[in-house]
Design a protein around this ligand. Sequence first.
Ligand code: DGL
Length: 264
Amino acid sequence: MNNPIGVFDSGIGGLTVVRELLRVLPDERIVYFGDTARVPYGSKSTDVIQKFADQIVKFLLSKEVKLIVVACNTVSATALDWLSSRYSLPIIGVIEAGAKRGVKATRNNKIGVIRTRATIGIKAYTTAIHQLRPGIEDHSKSCPLLVPIIEEGGDVELTHLALTRYLLNFKQKDIDTLILGCTHYPLIKDEIQQFMGEDVKLIDSANVVAHEVLNILNNTGIGTSQNINNPKHLFYFSDIPRGFKQLSKRFIGYPISYTKVILG
Ligand code: DGL
């Protein structure tokens, strides 16, 4: 099936997932939507997040996507089941993938998850982790200022200050695995690794999600039959703020062309 794969996020963080999808599935076409006009979702309530996610899914369906990747931890935690019950195409979130990789990685059965505020009250990660291995101790910490710091360019000093504020006590929990529960965090992976120490394994779910999509395409026979060099991907954003070109390049690794689309 030569239809594209839809990917969306509250903003540009989901481009880190696109980067992995393009590596694992080089022949597939991607249609991306980033809700840059309404980011961050991490501070919003569940019903608002569901409403926004529903508008985005409708938009992606208008582009005839065959599968949707919710490249946003906040939407995956708050709206994935709700979306899956409303639409018949496969909709894949990032939480189960991160949990799976985390459970595989831990040696002492203590996993940490850092995430946005909206996902903290929702036990999506805990449930996913305990379904895979019930005895695991999991610890969560919301780090609300990390997203704006990263969007502002990821200043090293500011990042370190925020990590100290959020993770200093967290470091005492003796976790050996830390799930990056937000699409933005891979961009400051080195700083987080340095802060937590080399013994803590960091989990970035983007790569796991890309392999999960590959499996679904293979198992359901909806992978593309085309073998195109550089398929044309489409990137839509609900706002193009100042400095966007540079910022999007940091997330995906190369300059992209994009179109502004206002939803709702
Ligand atoms: N994309 C969001 C996530 O992964 C982070 C940004 C936001 O708060 O909207 O949770």
